[in-house]
Design a protein around this ligand. Structure first.
Ligand SMILES: [Zn+2]
Length: 306
């Protein structure tokens, strides 16, 4: 080998050995499907992993479309964290590109069926994610107890993916699990003694939360936020809301509040935000801060004694 070329190789070797970016690039690439899974992966992975989220901040994840670059990220990932049945485009890409490196968080907890009361105004094609999930409700992250179980399982999966740092992932999973236990205790205490237990929500994302804390959700549009409610359903919801003495109709940040406004006017109630955490909409917020804002909105709307 000519000397100059050898010197160049040696220089390259030295550079690669010294450059800190080389170490950063060698971290396991973890691709997450939507915000709560991104949040959890970042908390459990810390700076040991490189996380990329497939749903843009502020975008509604139910019908996310993937571009070729994102499909490439999935096929190159060390781990893809997703919820089978929630986002058809992600399911398809995972199946084709990463079925051996994918972690379906829905396999780690019991998923609730979509409530039967949705069936009467169910329009085929509008609840595709629900169909794909075999009629299971995807909004599992809104139950802190189930999310804690997912935390444990994801910690173990990261440990298996990157055994050199297994102890780090497990320790962080224990810490996040404890935070979720605290959140659960706050919810249980905050919603224990309330004047009302019915929550009227624009999109039916809160079954898990309602189930955990003994509330009844009256959903306007069903589990898929884009579905247009039939006039008959609107009249029905208004009737149920009046019967329950509802003072607040909840809407969410990623979907137009038009329908909630209509019902609130009809019932003489106010509207307030209850965030299903499908994406972050406010800078400086995270899973825990939004869950606590939701709890404050619920205790106020339901007349709970604190
Ligand atoms: Zn949803």
């Amino acid at each position: 080998m000519p000397f100059r070329l050898l010197a160049a190789f040696l220089a390259l070797g030295v550079l690669a050995g010294c450059a800190s970016t080389a170490a950063a690039d060698s971290r396991p690439a973890v691709v997450t499907a939507f915000y709560p899974l991104e949040f959890l992966s970042r908390r459990l992975g810390g700076d040991r992993i490189a996380v990329t989220n497939l749903t843009k901040p502020g975008a509604e994840p139910h019908d996310v479309e993937l571009n070729p670059r994102q499909v490439g990220l999935i096929s190159d990932a060390a781990l893809v964290v997703y919820l089978h049945g929630f986002q058809p485009a992600v399911d398809e890409a995972v199946e084709q590109e990463a079925s051996d490196r994918a972690f379906d968080v829905g396999t780690t907890v019991e998923l609730l069926p979509i409530a039967a009361e949705d069936d009467h105004d169910h329009v085929p094609g509008q609840d595709e994610h629900a169909e794909a999930a075999g009629g299971r409700d995807p909004h599992v992250w809104l139950d802190p107890v189930r999310f804690a179980a997912i935390t444990d399982a994801l910690g173990e999966r990261l440990a298996a993916t990157d055994p050199a740092h297994a102890a780090d992932y497990r320790a962080r999973a224990v810490a996040v699990h404890r935070e979720l236990d605290t959140l659960n205790a706050e919810y249980a205490a905050g919603l224990r003694d309330c004047a009302r237990r019915e929550i009227v929500t624009s999109h039916e994302a809160f079954h898990y939360l309602a189930d955990r804390y003994h509330l009844t959700e009256i959903g306007i549009t069903g589990v898929s936020p884009e579905a247009e409610p039939a006039p008959r359903r609107l009249a029905e919801v208004a009737r149920e809301a009046r019967a329950a003495g509802t003072t607040t109709i909840f809407f969410e940040t990623l979907v137009s509040p038009k329908v909630a406004d209509t019902i609130a006017r009809e019932v003489g109630a106010r509207t307030a935000v209850l965030d299903p955490l499908e994406g972050l909409t406010e800078p400086g917020t995270d899973y825990f801060s939004v869950m606590r804002s939701n709890l404050a909105a619920l205790t106020q709307a339901l007349g709970c004694t604190t």
